[in-house]
Design a protein. Structure first.
Length: 361
């Protein structure tokens, strides 16, 4: 019997600030892949400030329906100073929190990649970071950020006390473990689980479960590292890592630390996945209102987010690699947007960078 072709649907959310400019460049790449036979379609919807303007809500039902029905979502960025005085529930960032919650996006994937051509952009020595390619898998919906009880209360003696609770259920650890092991299988098959098992029982359980899960992924080499050592190793010898998996609070800190190894925020994509592999893909940076509308933004983080979308939600490794290689090629040609510019290179605009990636593709 002939296999039925299934068209994949992408929701495109340009958002605010530089969002529409950078997403437009990614959509040009998508159109090219479509013309070359990729079976996808896409639909636009507003999120954040743009959605507030149109629907008086940062994540309106119209956008919610399109996102719920899509197989994957590509987002630019949300936010801007003009929305900072709105009532909290209407602010653009609430739209982002709402979509993450609505789609149960518990697994955050943040690569830290440093193309050899950009080694000088890092504050670390080029030989320590050149060619860096690590992936941090962070649990996003549990841990001390969400654990109950929490709050600030007053003790009998009148002194105030703040409480947060670190907790993880076995099922929560297993589902993020699955994402991490599978990501490691798609890469160099090395997974480092970061915890503080010597002090915290929550992460003692984390370590036990990761070790147990390794039996189902025998091709992946699993190691464990305490978070304080991981923080040191990330700046001392970051290239020792392939995939790192960790809980919400450790991941929050380590992923920001790792992103700075690469020097430019305009280069870093990210993904947030749910249990069925549906994901929200977006650059790690914000809406950069200071350069919005000027055709100056670096679109590469968004284009690389599209590559992640194809890899993790559509399981299309060849298409993902095709995009990543095209990005590598334009950097090798010496083309740079202003944020990654250095003397001797050719400064290009956001749309010119899009042109170049399209040609390289
Ligand atoms: P930002 O990441 O938007 O900008 C920080 C600096 O990096 C700015 O100088 C900006 O010009 C530059 N920059 C960012 N992306 C760039 C790119 N692609 N190319 C070139 N330069 C780039 O962070 P911010 O200034 O703290 O926040 C601005 C707005 O973005 C705020 O409203 C904030 O709430 C929002 N924000 C949104 C997200 C998101 O949508 N996921 C994330 C962070 C911040």
């Amino acid at each position: 019997m002939k296999e039925k072709k299934m068209t994949k649907h992408i929701a495109i959310l340009p958002g605010d600030g530089i969002g529409p400019e950078i997403v437009a460049q990614a959509v040009r790449i998508l159109d090219k892949l479509k013309a070359d036979g990729l079976d996808i379609d896409y639909q636009y919807a507003p999120l954040g400030g743009a959605a507030y303007e149109e629907y008086h809500h940062p994540y309106p039902p119209y956008t919610q329906e399109i996102c719920q029905q899509a197989d994957a979502i590509l987002l630019g960025a949300v936010g801007g100073p003009q929305y900072d005085t709105l009532e909290r529930s209407l602010r653009p960032e609430r739209g982002l929190l709402a979509i993450r919650k609505d789609l149960n996006l518990f697994g955050n994937l943040r690569p830290a990649i440093l193309y050899p051509e950009l080694a000088n952009a890092s504050t670390l020595k080029p030989e320590v970071v050149s060619g860096l390619d690590i992936l941090i898998v962070r649990e996003l919906t549990g841990d001390v950020y969400f654990g109950e009880p929490r709050g600030i209360h007053t003790l009998a003696n009148g002194e105030r006390e703040g409480i947060n609770t670190m907790r993880y259920k076995e099922s929560e650890i297993r589902r993020i473990g699955k994402i991490a092991f599978e990501a490691a299988q798609k890469r160099n098959k090395k997974l480092c689980s970061v915890d503080k098992a010597n002090v915290l029982e929550t992460t003692e359980l984390w370590r036990e479960i990761m070790t147990d899960m390794n039996k189902d992924y025998p091709d992946v080499s699993l190691t464990h590292m305490y978070v304080d050592n991981a923080a040191m190793q990330l700046v001392k010898a970051p290239k020792q890592f392939d995939v790192i998996v960790t809980g919400n609070i450790f991941g929050d800190i380590l992923s920001d630390q790792a992103s700075m190894l690469s020097g430019s925020i305009g280069m870093l994509p990210s993904a947030s996945l749910n249990e069925s592999g549906k994901g929200l893909y977006e650059p790690s940076h914000g809406s950069a209102p200071d350069i919005a509308g000027k055709d100056l933004a670096n679109p590469l983080a968004t284009i690389l987010s599209l590559a992640m979308l194809l890899r993790y939600s559509f399981n299309n490794e060849p298409a993902a690699q095709r995009i990543e290689q095209a990005v590598g090629q334009v950097l090798a040609q010496g083309l740079r947007t202003q944020d990654i510019y250095e003397v001797g290179c050719q400064k290009v605009s956001c749309s010119q960078m899009g042109d170049a990636v399209l040609i390289a593709l």
